[in-house]
Design a protein around this ligand. Structure first.
Ligand code: GCO
Ligand code: MG
Length: 408
C-alpha cells in the first residue's frame, strides 16, 4: 500500500482551517488538521514544500516510522509549525489505519473507557451579570462545566471581555481579522481585586455541582498567581488555567506550595519535552496539549500515558481554532484515555461547518459521544471548500496602561 498523493486546503467558514487529505493507491484517504491559529499558511507551506513530496510512495500503515522520519529528519526539532504539520500527517495516517481495520479509532487505542466525555463551554460576559446570563444559557442546555471569563471593571479591553454587552456573548468565536493586531490593555491589580469575588458569586449563584473553570491566559507573575490560586480555594474551581507563562516551569512550585487549586497548562506546548517535568513533578493537574500542534495522535498519546503515571488528567485544547478533524481525533482519545479529565468544546456546529466537515460525533447534555464510523469519523467536502480562501488574522497584543508589552 502506498501514498499516491496529498493536498492541503486553507480556509473555512469564519476560520482558516488547514486541512490535509492523504490519498492512497487503494482509494482509501485520510484527513488531518494542521491549523495553527493566525499563522495558518506556515504549516501549510511546511506540508506542501517539504513533507508531501517525501510522503508520496511511503506505506501509510507505518505511521510510527513516518512520524520519526519527519521529526528526527527535520534536524531542527519541535516548534508549533513543524509539529502542526507532523500532527496533520499523523491524524490522516491513523484515519487510514482505522478505515483499513474498519474500526473507529478508539477501538485501536484500547476501546471505550466511558460512554460520553465531559466537555466545557466558554461563558463570557462584558460584566458579571452578563456572564451569569451566559453561564445560565449553557447550564440550561445541559452543560456540566463552563469556563468563565469576564470583563473587569475599569479595564475596557481585556480579551476576557466581550466588548459588545450581550449580543454575541454566547458561542464566542475568536475573530481577530487583519495582520495588524488589536491592542488590549491589561491591569493585574484590577483583575486580582475583582476576580476572586466574581468567581465566588458564580459558585453562590449556580451551586456546588457546576464545574467552574477560569483561564488566566498567562497574565500573572508567579507570586500573583499563588495569591489568586489561594484566594479562590473556597470556590472549588475545576481548574485555574495558564496562571503564568510556562516558559519558566520552576515557578509552578510556588503556586503549589501556596494552594490546592487544580492547575491546567499546556495549550501552547508542542511536545512531550515541554511538559514532562510539569507532569513528573506533579506541578499540574490537567495537561492541555492538542493533537493539532503537539504532533498528532502518536505523540499526544505518549503524553497522555506519561500523565497517567502522575495523577495528571487530560483537558485537551479545543478552542475554535481546531477544525472538526482534530476535534474528532481528540474525541477518540477522550473515549479511550483512562486518565481523561475534560474536553474544551466550542460549538462549531454551524450549518457551514457541518457541510464542510460532515460527521456523526454528537454532543448531548454536556457530553461528547464519539462516532462509530471507521477511522476518525469525519469527512471533508472538497466542493464546499471551494467557497473559502485564506483570510489573514492576528492574535491581540497586550500592553499595560503605561505601554509595556505584556502576555497574551
Ligand atoms: C483557550 C485558549 C484560547 C486561545 C486561543 C489562541 O483556553 O481556549 O486560551 O482562548 O486564546 O486558542 O489561539
Ligand atoms: Mg486557554
Amino acid at each position: 500500500m502506498k501514498i499516491s498523493d496529498a493536498k492541503v486546503f486553507v480556509g473555512g467558514p469564519a476560520k482558516n482551517y488547514v486541512t490535509l487529505k492523504i490519498m492512497t493507491d487503494q482509494g482509501i484517504y485520510g484527513l488531518g488538521d494542521a491549523t495553527l491559529n493566525n499563522r495558518e499558511t506556515l504549516p501549510a507551506a511546511y506540508l506542501q514544500d517539504y513533507l508531501i513530496p517525501n510522503l508520496i510512495g511511503m506505506d501509510p500503515r507505518n505511521s510510527e516510522d513516518i512520524w520519526q522520519f519527519f521529526y528526527r529528519g527535520a534536524y531542527f526539532r519541535r516548534g508549533p509549525i513543524a509539529m502542526a504539520a507532523f500532527g496533520a500527517i499523523d491524524m490522516a495516517l491513523w484515519d487510514i489505519k482505522g478505515k483499513l481495520a474498519n474500526m473507529p479509532l478508539y477501538q485501536l487505542f484500547g476501546g471505550k473507557s466511558r460512554e460520553g466525555a465531559m466537555v466545557y463551554a466558554h461563558a463570557t460576559g462584558a460584566d458579571l451579570e452578563d456572564l451569569m446570563d451566559s453561564i445560565s444559557a449553557y447550564v440550561e442546555e445541559g452543560y456540566k462545566a463552563v469556563r468563565v471569563q469576564c470583563g473587569i471593571p475599569g479595564m475596557p479591553s481585556a480579551s476576557y471581555a466581550t466588548p459588545e454587552k450581550r449580543g454575541n456573548t454566547r458561542n464566542y468565536i475568536t475573530s481577530y481579522k487583519g495582520i495588524q493586531p488589536k491592542i488590549e490593555i491589561w491591569d493585574t491589580d484590577r483583575y486580582l481585586r475583582f476576580m476572586p469575588d466574581a468567581l465566588a458569586a458564580i459558585r453562590e449563584r449556580f451551586g456546588p455541582e457546576l464545574k467552574i473553570l477560569h483561564d488566566v491566559h498567562h497574565r500573572l507573575t508567579p507570586r500573583e498567581a499563588a495569591e489568586l490560586a489561594k484566594a479562590v480555594e473556597p470556590t472549588r474551581l475545576f481548574w485555574l488555567e495558564d496562571p503564568t507563562p510556562a516558559e519558566n516551569q520552576d515557578v509552578l512550585q510556588l503556586i503549589r506550595q501556596h494552594s490546592t487549586t487544580p492547575i491546567a497548562i499546556g495549550e501552547v506546548f508542542n511536545s512531550i519535552w515541554d511538559c514532562n517535568r510539569l507532569i513528573e513533578d506533579e506541578l499540574i493537574d490537567f495537561i492541555r496539549v492538542a493533537v493539532t500542534y503537539a504532533g498528532g495522535i502518536t505523540h499526544v498519546k505518549r503524553i497522555v500515558d506519561l500523565a497517567g503515571l502522575h495523577n495528571v488528567r487530560t483537558g485537551f485544547h479545543g478552542a475554535p481554532s481546531h477544525s472538526p478533524i482534530s476535534m474528532a481525533a481528540q474525541a477518540h482519545l477522550n473515549a479511550w484515555a483512562p486518565n481523561f479529565g475534560i474536553q474544551e468544546y466550542l460549538v462549531l456546529g454551524t450549518p457551514e461547518c457541518d457541510a464542510l466537515f460532515p460527521s456523526n460525533h454528537r454532543m448531548e447534555n454536556g457530553l461528547v459521544h464519539v462516532s462509530d464510523a471507521p477511522g476518525l469519523g469525519v469527512d471533508f467536502d472538497e466542493k464546499e471548500a471551494e467557497r473559502y480562501d485564506y483570510q489573514p488574522g492576528s492574535h491581540p497584543v497586550v500592553r499595560l496602561e503605561d505601554g509595556t508589552v505584556w502576555n497574551y
